[in-house]
Design a protein. Structure first.
Length: 315
């Protein structure tokens, strides 16, 4: 497939979320508002890139000359499509002077003069769209803003994944499924390793991320960190899907200490992400953030211990 936008598996994953053409939801609006605050940007968007358009699940703010209630634009007006095509973040300080964006109607007609977009990635590696911020004036995006936006994009990606797994089957008027919502996705299920392998893969990605980000003298650190963060996110999504599948199907691993440790750790991670979003908005105290952070560290150690025990029993 030469065009990642039209990749059938990517489009199937996008439709599987059930987010296209849906009403705004506070969960995603909170993320876009937080992105706007974090980057001090007048506009922040959660954008899903379809085969011929981009749909805005959340649109916070307005640009001069642009409609305030816009929910989608043609693909020709999409800067986010470049993030989907490359799978990497795109940060542009002056879109009017960048060859990639200067002729885009979003720039020439809708006053987008600066752009920073970060990919929304599924556990299987498909980029569904972006969490992005826009400005009507050229500007430099600080490294702090870029790091924070990358983290928010990771939270948005997990939110989409967990939401997709939790949705029931949609019902057609005749009572049958309007869209077959396969919990955990049959396509993904066939490729999933067992729970122990998923845990090991996730911990390996996490260790790789930490060891790489400790090398502060690496000139390519930011690019490597963003790439590794997405790998960790993908492995975490696989881990959540594997745990959910084993519990649902009642496999022998479902009642093991490893499954319990996995459940507790993932629950704490989700709670930590939600609390951080509230903290950034001034709605949660620092000591609460610190307590949940400490709990997450403890549960990660418990997960590592359970993984070691599983290896010894399997040896």
């Amino acid at each position: 497939m030469n065009d990642p936008i039209l990749d059938p598996e990517r489009l199937a994953a996008l439709r599987e979320t059930g987010l296209l053409d849906t009403s705004p939801e506070e969960t995603f609006d909170q993320l876009s508002r937080l992105a706007s605050i974090l980057a001090d940007a007048p506009v922040a968007v959660v954008s899903l890139v379809d085969q011929d358009r981009q749909f805005f699940k959340s649109f916070n703010g307005t640009l001069p000359g642009a409609a305030a209630d816009v929910r989608e634009t043609p693909l020709s007006h999409s800067i986010c499509r470049h993030v989907v095509e490359t799978g990497r973040e795109l940060v542009v300080e002056d879109t009017r002077n960048d060859p990639l964006t200067q002729n885009n109607p979003a720039v020439t007609e809708n006053s987008v003069a600066a752009y920073a977009g970060f990919p929304l990635v599924t556990p299987t590696g498909h980029v569904l769209g972006t969490l992005c911020v826009l400005d009507s004036h050229p500007r430099a995006w600080s490294e702090t803003a870029r790091r924070g936006l990358a983290e928010l994009a990771a939270v948005a990606s997990r939110t989409i994944e967990y939401r997709t797994l939790a949705l029931p089957k949609l019902q057609a008027p005749n009572g049958g499924p309007l869209v077959e919502r396969r919990k955990g996705s049959d396509r993904r299920k066939s490729a999933l390793p067992n729970l122990a392998q998923s845990v090991e893969a996730y911990l390996a990605c996490l260790d790789d991320y930490r060891s790489t980000t400790e090398r502060a003298d690496d000139p390519d650190l930011f690019a490597k960190e963003a790439q590794l963060r997405q790998r960790v996110l993908s492995a975490e999504g696989d881990l959540a899907s594997a745990a959910e599948r084993h519990l649902r199907e009642g496999t022998p691993e479902a009642s093991s200490g490893l499954a319990t440790a996995c459940q507790e750790f993932l629950s704490a991670k989700l709670q930590q992400a939600e609390l951080m979003a509230r903290f950034q908005k001034g709605e949660a105290p620092l000591d609460q953030v610190e307590r949940v952070g400490a709990l997450t560290i403890q549960l990660e150690q418990a997960l590592r211990a359970a993984a070691r025990d599983q290896r010894l029993r399997s040896a």
